[in-house]
Design a protein around this ligand. Sequence first.
Ligand SMILES: *Cc1c(COP(=O)(O)O)cnc(C)c1O
Length: 381
Amino acid sequence: MVPFLDLKAQYASIGPELEAAVVEVLRSTHYVLGPKVAAFETGFAATCGVRHAVAVNSGTTALTLALQALGIGPGDAIITVPLTFVATVAAIEQVGARPVLVDVDPATRAMDPELLEAAVTPDVRAVIPVHLHGLPADMDAISAVAERHGLVVIEDAAQAHGAGYKGRPAGSLGRLGCFSFYPAKNLGAAGEGGAVVTDDDELASVLRSLRDWGQEGKSNHTRKGTNARMEAIQGAVLEVKLRHLGTWVEARRRLARAYTTAIADGGLADSGVVVPTLPQDRDSAYHVYAVEVPDRDNVRRRLDAEGISTAVHYPVPVHRQPGHADLGYAAGAFPVSERLASRLLSLPLYPEMPATAVDEVVAALSRAVREGAAGVGRTGT
Ligand SMILES: *Cc1c(COP(=O)(O)O)cnc(C)c1O
């Protein structure tokens, strides 16, 4: 039996530290923002290699506030990708702007910079590359296009805590970087959480104001804001966990390398299995280790029958989601995203996972893809 993710294993390793931090907050009665959140912000900004981190109540809010801080709203268009969690696109819609989608690169699974160039129109104000699965997008090429057209680059780094691009941390690669601390992310709260990071002093102060009803000083509401404040318990939990992030990301990388080696040694490429690419100039945070497999849904069922839990990030690209049909893109509009969505399979991966599990998963994967090729156990999907 191999679980996809095991948050209990993480809790077992740091439980007493977390409990002490949470009890401290309870006894302090300072429950929203405050010193614990401020301390986490300082630490997280340093991790991202930027001057400011503004802690908010989810990754989705991080994206909407980043857009609002730039003054983006109705009449503006923002370019992103269809192969992402729905929140990337929904955040653009929530501020009243129009999402414009461009396809991803088949190797990195992130925004294709050439398609970005072709999609720029005069109403486009910003571009949101997504570091899917924790691998940074091709940021130099994307930033070059953005610079030529005067676009702001906002990273969706919700899956990329601890990732690097040419030695620079994810979150420091655009004007603003948006993170999620949803419990299953590489750095997870005990509930909801998010942050916007930036080197820009002015944007940071606007973000701090926006997350707290547009206040600048008590009861002086200088702009229209919202309640997006991070709770102190989440700040305390995240501050503890941040100290372990480097070790956890290293463990993910070791397991990812073990997967790539075992899949190559098992000759699985011959059965159509494609491992995630790792360009030389990047360090993936491996939020997810996703392979491409033929006949994915049946392979997934066979693994499940052997007690191996997998996941799919993401089975349906956003433009094909019924709730976002009004984006106006037809089936086939983004062939690379659509093909990846039908083939990607996320294998079990969490920092505490024993290395032996990698061999177990790859052996089962090998049986599953070969059975598929032999036509055994097909259910006709
Ligand atoms: C998780 C995630 C989000 C949204 O974060 P929440 O904290 O769940 O609101 C946005 N974008 C991507 C790519 C994500 O993986």
